[in-house]
Design a protein around this ligand. Structure first.
Ligand code: NAD
Length: 497
């Protein structure tokens, strides 16, 4: 059986802790691969490699960095299909969706290729007689990224391209459930000419993560994953003096006003709720239907959901694949089986679904729950599966209040033809990313991605300008070059003004 090893100092390094974890093909349920789990000493080795590489990478020219990033961009582009296949084999999502995540990651590589513009400093001349002030931004050193299973290529690329473009060196701890894409990306970076040790991949679980969080040579930690772990990462890394951005879970609402194009809204709800089997942090998991058109909307969503083809991700006819693990499948199913007892109307129940010839895969069909009470488990929890809940509201204000009462605030969307209502919503809703007639408003690479409330801990969103800010620290230089003709200023104990 194949074993996925760490990538340290520019080469594949076999684990020494004696611990490995299983990697499963979600379509068959079979363990296809083992992955090394790092112990604390292996974390120390990876951080030491990154620290040693920083000595030269931190002072490398912008031209050198961007040349390598442009080469990496071309290699990534050429290997899109291969990376998407690795993702499908370990995550289960359909190939077209896996290609989409590579494309969205590539967008952030594009941003990093243009780091020369992002890192231009500020200069004020003649702030006082012969005094200039310059603001510059410098790299931090060794930075770490800890990423979730649901975007094994894209989420690491939210982090490392801007980080290394800014002059940092990187240690990535990808999800142990689908580790192969990260290693392939590391190989491509090396092929692009990235010096050894600038980008390292360390596999593992809590043991590896917790050592990174306390390691004195790690300056900053980027995390994307579930809210409880994001909170732990933020608290622990902050207590250890590190800069932290920790992006958490979500329950993204779509508010549908009675004047919306209901066909477009139903298309968007089905695409955004069930795409990638609902395992997206920006999935629409709750629709708030305002007014009397709610029944029509639910009927239109049901009609579309019933037509979705579910099957192995490598079958081109599949629109939705399996869930990541058997345990997660069973947990998702429990929200549907328990829904009626907690007051929901079960419109579609996908729990009995399986695929012929793939009976051991982690399958579940599409579920749709209507009139879901806000105190029920299916509403309160992030289910992270193909389960869409619908809530009803009489007015815009009532719908907005439901959304703003959620502890999460990642993404949200409004569907309406009323520009005034859409404008109010943009300003009044408590979420970090808002779509107007756009169901999954993931910002393009040159804006920043991030939620509010329990969806993000820390001050910086990820990639875009915030990403560059996160991976650099500011310095302000005040300069005076006296003219030889000036008379000496003399001693003055007053505060400089
Ligand atoms: P997870 O929180 O279980 O794992 C994320 C990472 O943390 C993994 O690398 C994992 O190995 C590590 N980890 C897990 N338990 C840990 C522990 N106790 N201590 C230290 N490290 C630990 O998340 P997941 O199941 O891989 O991913 C799904 C979650 O990620 C969902 O909640 C989803 O909403 C969220 N997510 C959020 C965003 C966002 O941008 N806000 C994006 C993608 C995914």
């Amino acid at each position: 059986m194949k074993t996925v090893h760490h990538w340290i100092g520019g080469k594949s390094v076999q684990g020494t802790s004696g611990t490995t974890g299983p990697v499963t093909d979600p379509a068959t349920g079979a363990v296809t691969t083992r992955v090394d789990f790092a112990g604390a000493d292996e974390v120390d080795t990876a951080v030491a490699a990154a620290k040693s590489a920083y000595a030269t990478w931190g002072t490398s020219s912008l031209a050198q960095r961007t040349t390598i990033l442009f080469r990496f961009r071309a290699l990534l582009d050429a290997h899109r299909d291969e990376i998407a296949e690795l993702i499908t084999a370990e995550h289960g999502k359909v190939h077209s969706d896996a290609l989409g995540e590579v494309a969205r990651g590539l967008e952030v590589v594009d941003l990093a290729c243009g780091i020369t513009t992002q890192l231009k400093g500020e200069l004020s001349t003649e702030v006082s007689s012969r005094v200039d002030v310059a603001g510059i931004r410098q790299s931090l050193g060794v930075v770490a990224g800890i990423t979730p299973f649901n975007f094994p290529a894209m989420v690491p690329m939210w982090m490392f391209p801007p980080a290394i473009a800014c002059g940092n060196t990187f240690v990535l701890k990808p999800s142990e459930k689908d580790p192969s894409a990260s290693v392939r990306v590391a190989e491509l970076l090396t092929e692009a000419g990235l010096p050894d040790g600038v980008f390292n991949v360390l596999h593992g679980d809590k043991v590896a993560v917790d050592r990174l969080l306390e390691h004195p040579d790690v300056a900053a930690v980027s995390f994307v994953g579930s809210t409880p772990i994001a909170r732990h990462i933020h608290t622990t890394a902050s207590a250890n003096g590190k800069r932290v951005q920790a992006l958490g879970g979500a329950k993204n609402h779509m508010l549908v006003l009675p004047d919306a194009d209901l066909d477009a809204a139903a298309d968007a709800a089905v695409s955004a709720a069930y795409g990638s089997a609902g395992e997206r942090c920006m999935a629409i998991s709750a629709v708030v239907a305002v007014g009397a058109t709610g029944d029509t909307l639910v009927a239109k969503i049901k009609e579309r959901a019933e037509k979705i083809t579910i099957g192995p991700g490598n079958d081109p006819s599949s629109e939705m694949g399996p869930l990541i693990t058997k345990a997660h499948r069973d947990k998702v199913a429990s929200y549907v089986t328990g829904a009626a007892a907690q007051g929901s109307e079960v419109v579609l129940d996908g729990t009995g679904f399986t695929v012929e010839g793939y009976e051991d895969g982690h399958w579940i069909g599409l579920s749709l729950l209507d009139r879901v009470p806000t105190d029920s488990d299916a509403y309160r929890d992030e289910i992270f599966g193909p389960v869409l809940v619908v809530l009803r509201a009489e007015t815009y204000e009532e719908g907005l209040a439901i959304i703003n009462a959620s502890p999460f605030g990642n993404g949200t969307a409004i569907f309406t033809r009323d520009g005034g209502a859409a404008r109010r919503f943009q300003l009044e809703v408590e979420a970090g990313m808002v779509g107007v007639n756009v169901p999954i408003p993931v910002p393009v690479g040159y804006h920043s991605f991030g939620g509010w409330k329990d969806s993000l801990f820390g001050d910086h969103h990820i990639y875009g300008n915030d990403g560059v800010h996160f991976y650099t620290r500011g310095k302000v230089v005040t300069t005076r070059w006296p003219d030889p003709a000036d008379s000496p200023a003399g001693v003055d104990l007053g505060f400089p003004s």
